[in-house]
Design a protein around this ligand. Sequence first.
Ligand code: NAI
Length: 378
Amino acid sequence: MIVSVVKETELKENRVALSPDGVRDLVSKGFTCMLEKDAGLNSYFSNEAYEAAGAKIVSLSEAYSSADVLLKVNAPDSVEVKNLKPGSVLISFMYAATNPELVSSLSEKGITSFSMDAVPRISRAQKMDALSSQANLAGYKAVIHAADHLGKIFPMLMTAAGTIKPSKVVIMGAGVAGLQAIATAKRLGAIVEVSDIRPESKEQVESLGGKFIEVKSDDSVKVEGGYVKGVSAEFLAMQQELIAKHIAAADIVITTALIPGKKAPVLVTEDMVKSMKMGSVILDMAVKQGGNCVLSELNKTVVKHGVTIIGESNLPSMLPLNASELYSKNIIALLTHLADKDKFFYDREEDVTKGSLITFNGEVVHPSIAEKVASIVS
Ligand code: NAI
């Protein structure tokens, strides 16, 4: 089976789907690996390192035309879909539920596709969980990036010239990214305050040394399988009121609050931004899903009411070495779960296959996504 990797084309994307170690692993399992020339350069992986690991360095057109399986980080754009070999298999992030046009074009072309973000988050699939591996790194980078925009240090410092008070970091949302952000900000010496609305998050926050901002849950807060499914407008208004004084006193606010499949909840209003000290920083990790802060702008860093608001949507790409290494491990774990060197198994009753298989032989097979695609086609 020939596995191809091409250079990512999305703006500011430095990651690559396979690392040289990943190539070595696949080659040892009997797969043939082809890489578009320079595909790994932005992740600091040279063509020579890939060749030494057993890959063949090829042109873009050869990578596509030879591929039985194409591995990518981001979902293909329309040009990339045209390049895919009919009948081949694609594995990448797809966010299929919000991308029905892509799904429809893949099925029209007879592409079989598996989506990395649709791998079920069950214990035995943890090694395939690219959402977590990338969110973990993003949480770290969010703190470092925000700190770099702050005209202050994090720790308390007692010097002959006087005492510097520690910075205060408020983190909204204590999922995978938020927990890593707490740990990183604590290690740098900040005072860290955290709000989440899942009941189990309090203990996790406190175990990392964060102070939990308690917001009393009401009947509208729906939590299912460890995820928030929805909250009412009244609850959000009450939450905003409660966190307002914490935001006003913060040097940095990092927001990570997401509700899967829905627009991100608004947690930071314009009045809250106005209440912050001049020179404070907000980093909105939910910016791609509509933002937790009303003033954040996608992929821009702006200053509003004296506050720097960072809307960087691809933080893992700012740590391409680690992000590509972990993604490569995740995607290999999925590929080798689904296939051996000769064939895909297509065990349609098995959980990981069932959850991640989006299109199969020209048909949209994922039930919830098939409905969405049917509605755009009709
Ligand atoms: P996410 O990225 O969907 O959401 C981030 C956080 O925002 C969540 O903690 C959520 O509770 C929080 N949030 C939502 N609305 C909020 C609001 N109004 N105010 C404050 N916070 C709000 O979540 P993520 O990081 O993907 O994971 C969340 C859960 O899934 C955690 O319980 C995590 O431990 C679990 N998980 C389980 C895995 C497994 O079993 N293999 C793997 C990864 C995560």
